[in-house]
Design a protein. Structure first.
Length: 165
């Protein structure tokens, strides 16, 4: 019997080639020029906070979490979140984000940022960063810079420019 249940598993280094192909299909080669990708360029994803979604051996989604700094404070950058088109609008992306946020909270992290659509990510606890409080090292639409507090007051105590850790 074939198991068609979606399984959410911690991301492993062995998943990277499949994830790269998925990201290529979803975002194209221009993704490397985006500011969020530039922040991740020199820091590998934290595998304990990053997850994949699989049906059997088929990878249908992935989400990474990367450690960053805002001024001198630790934070996390979520993404890219990628889901195979055939499996979008089925809760896969939300479940991947929830797994990452739960793991980050359990590990004692306080604050997660991402660049994305507030309408989508607000369902998972993300809100717009107040204007001028946090900046990124390249161009980003400020309406798409979002945060999620895993520890109350974490955003208030964080001001400055994001950078690689």
């Amino acid at each position: 019997m074939i198991d068609l249940a979606i399984k959410f598993l911690p991301l492993t280094a062995a998943d990277e080639p499949q994830i790269e192909k998925l990201d290529e299909r979803a975002f194209g080669p221009g993704r490397f020029a985006r500011t969020a990708y530039r922040l991740r360029e020199y820091t590998k994803a934290d595998l304990s906070l990053s997850f994949v979604a699989r049906i059997g051996t088929l990878l249908i989604g992935a989400n990474r979490m990367t450690s960053i700094l805002v001024d001198s404070k630790d934070a996390l950058l979520l993404g890219p979140l990628t889901v195979e088109p055939a499996f979008r609008s089925q809760g896969v992306g939300e479940a991947l984000v929830k797994h990452s946020l739960d793991a980050a909270r359990a590990a004692g992290h306080g604050l997660v940022f991402l660049v994305g659509d507030e309408e989508y990510y607000s369902r998972m606890g993300f809100s717009k960063v107040p204007k001028q409080q946090i900046t990124m090292p390249g161009p980003v639409d400020p309406d798409r810079l979002l945060y999620c507090e895993l520890r109350e007051g974490a955003l208030k105590a964080t001001v400055g420019r994001m950078r690689c850790k």
